[in-house]
Design a protein around this ligand. Structure first.
Ligand SMILES: Cc1cc2nc3c(=O)[nH]c(=O)nc-3n(C[C@H](O)[C@H](O)[C@H](O)COP(=O)(O)OP(=O)(O)OC[C@H]3O[C@@H](n4cnc5c(N)ncnc54)[C@H](O)[C@@H]3O)c2cc1C
Length: 549
């Protein structure tokens, strides 16, 4: 065994150097904790929240729900899925939390996790070849830690974004961002509720609020091209039937673009007859979930004419559900606000129907912008809206925010945030030159936002665990991506997205939802099979593109 990586069976972390410190207790961090412990690494995980689950710990707003089918939005370990029963095809946050507690109990994870511990700073010390990590914990055992490797698994949405509104501080009612929802809950029943933002969280919380609130006002800047969830309740027999499909579903993830268990139809939307095209669109619509997005003709996301056909089908479906044509035009405009599918479509159940109800109002803030806040509401260019509870569904500093928020310093003093200010530079979405022994899970320039979350956690997790094991076997203790390799990877990410329609939308995929953030694709868009092939080849070539010593 290599002297540099100890291989103790449990973490004796107080005043002791860890082999590995993991940051974040979502799918990615928990998977790594379990797998590294299995390989006898001395590992500890620190988590800012009070429990396991990652985004499912924080996003506990009414209506928070998974939009990937439960079949694959879970770990693929048979000893776990054999025991677990899902109650719905698309589980809500409470069920996801229960699932994470079940995983924690079964794998005994919490014994090596420090909760309520937020990493603030990390500095690499070249002399000891180790990271010195400072946290906000008052517990001396985890206030300052040293670790040979740091694996940052802070996810896509750990830094909520709140736009700066004039007079925002004046508002006296309850006001919460969906990603920082009070853990004790919040009563919406009988209140006048305002929801700013119509991304995934905005759609979900507005739907729920429409059934509770006395009055609901939705402030929409950009229409969300939502797809029908086609939710289903699952009983014991349905779970049994699902279990019979899991092994095949999990295996399929490696072959599908989005790490899902289904993929695009290999045909072009332009090569089939209108009848055939509409028949496929209708079939996918009825299947629900992401089928209409990721199971459709292969050129929908790259060919403008094909894309327009999908948009028109979507628009007509939505308009048929909205009784006021003027409201229909705001929700589903005649012409697309951006190419269909280039912003992540949300799944809805009664979102469009709710606008037919008298107590639900839609405000188009592109036409009538929010001008200011008052103690009791929101003033737009054309109206004043009285509000008791204001919900900010304004998104996240997605993918990079969790990383750049931490003061991570290069041995020469440069920070990761400074390095990435004019463009992200990673190799394989896993590492950045100048920051040795620091690896990212679900990070930028990996499939992350284009990939099913648990698939990414397991596939990248296996690669990282293999890499650290390889280093231990070969007596190596330092790994750093080369600048050449990261430049090449960045170029590849930029080239891969060019033939697609994604750059045409101001999405979080493009970093375009945050003022001042570099506008560039944040994801690797070659798909999971191509990504995993690149990783496999790299490992087979002795981790080509990294310097190991
Ligand atoms: C509301 C919502 C719904 C989603 N639905 C889906 C879906 O249906 N399908 C899908 O594939 N993906 C979905 N996602 C994406 C989701 O991020 C991934 O599925 C998955 O949760 C990623 O897991 P993770 O472990 O990488 O990160 P996360 O689950 O985000 O966990 C990151 C953890 O890091 C912690 N952390 C952050 N910074 C620090 C710090 N400095 N110190 C200590 N701890 C820190 C956070 O507290 C958090 O617990 C959704 C995201 C959101 C926000």
């Amino acid at each position: 065994m290599c002297a540099a990586i100890s291989g103790k069976s449990t973490a004796t972390y107080v005043n002791d150097m860890l082999d590995v410190l993991i940051v974040g207790a979502g799918f990615s961090g928990l998977y790594l904790l379990d797998q590294l412990r299995e390989r006898n690494f001395n590992v500890r995980l620190v988590e800012a929240g009070t429990g396991v689950g990652g985004i499912w710990h924080w996003n506990c707003y009414p209506g928070a729900r998974v939009d990937t089918v439960c079949n694959i939005y879970q770990f693929s370990r048979e000893d776990l899925w054999r025991q677990w029963e899902w109650s719905e095809r698309f589980p809500g946050y409470a069920e996801m939390r229960a699932y994470f507690e079940f995983v924690d109990e079964n794998l005994d994870l919490s014994r090596d996790i420090s909760f309520e511990t937020r990493v603030r700073q990390a500095r690499f010390d070249e002399r000891s070849k180790a990271w010195v990590i400072e946290t906000d914990s008052s517990d001396p055992a985890v206030g300052s830690l040293t670790a040979r490797f740091v694996l940052i698994c802070t996810g896509f949405g750990s830094i909520p974004y709140i736009p700066s509104f004039e007079g925002f501080d004046l508002f006296q009612g309850e006001c919460h961002h969906t990603g920082l929802w009070p853990q004790s809950g919040l009563e919406l029943k009988g209140k006048r509720v305002g929801v700013i933002g119509t991304g995934a969280s905005g759609v979900q919380v507005a739907q729920e609020a429409s059934r509770l609130a006395r009055e609901l006002t939705v402030f929409q800047r950009t229409p969300n091209l939502c797809l029908p969830m086609q939710q289903k309740q699952l009983d014991a027999a349905a779970n049994e039937r699902l279990r019979a499909t899991y092994t095949e579903s999990f295996a399929r993830r490696a072959q599908c673009f989005a790490g899902s268990d289904f993929d695009f139809d290999p045909r072009s939307a332009l090569e089939v007859s209108p009848q055939e095209r509409n028949a496929l669109f209708e079939r996918l619509w009825q299947k629900g979930g992401f089928w209409f997005w990721l199971g459709t003709f292969q050129d929908i996301l790259s060919d403008p004419s094909a894309n327009r056909m999908a948009y028109d089908f979507w628009r007509d479906k939505v308009r048929a559900r909205v009784s006021d044509p003027a409201v229909g035009e705001i929700l589903a405009p005649t012409d697309p606000p951006h190419p269909f599918g280039t912003k992540r479509p949300s799944l809805e159940q009664w979102y469009y129907d709710m606008f037919n109800e008298d107590h639900v109002n839609l405000v188009d803030i592109k036409r009538s912008p929010i001008v200011r806040f008052t103690p009791t509401g929101v003033v737009t260019a054309s109206n004043e809206h009285e509000i008791d509870v204001l919900i900010l569904a304004t998104g996240f500093d997605a993918v990079t925010g969790g990383l750049t928020e931490i003061d991570i310093r290069h041995p020469d003093g440069t920070s990761l945030a400074d390095k990435w200010a004019s463009g992200v530079l990673t190799y394989q979405g896993l590492a950045s030159s100048g920051f040795p022994n620091l690896l990212f899970g679900y990070g930028p320039q990996s499939p992350s936002g284009f990939c099913n979350g648990p698939t990414s956690a397991e596939f990248q997790g296996d690669y990282i665990v293999e890499c650290l094991s390889y280093m231990r076997e070969h007596g190596l203790s330092r790994i750093e991506a080369t600048h050449e390799a990261e430049k090449g990877w960045r170029e590849e990410c930029l080239e891969l997205v060019k033939p697609t329609l994604f750059p045409q939308a101001d999405s979080w995929y493009m970093g375009a939802n945050i003022p001042g953030k570099q506008r560039e694709i944040l994801m690797y868009s070659g798909g999971v099979p191509m990504y995993m092939a690149a990783l496999g080849e790299c490992a087979a070539n002795g981790y080509d593109g990294y310097t190991l010593s």
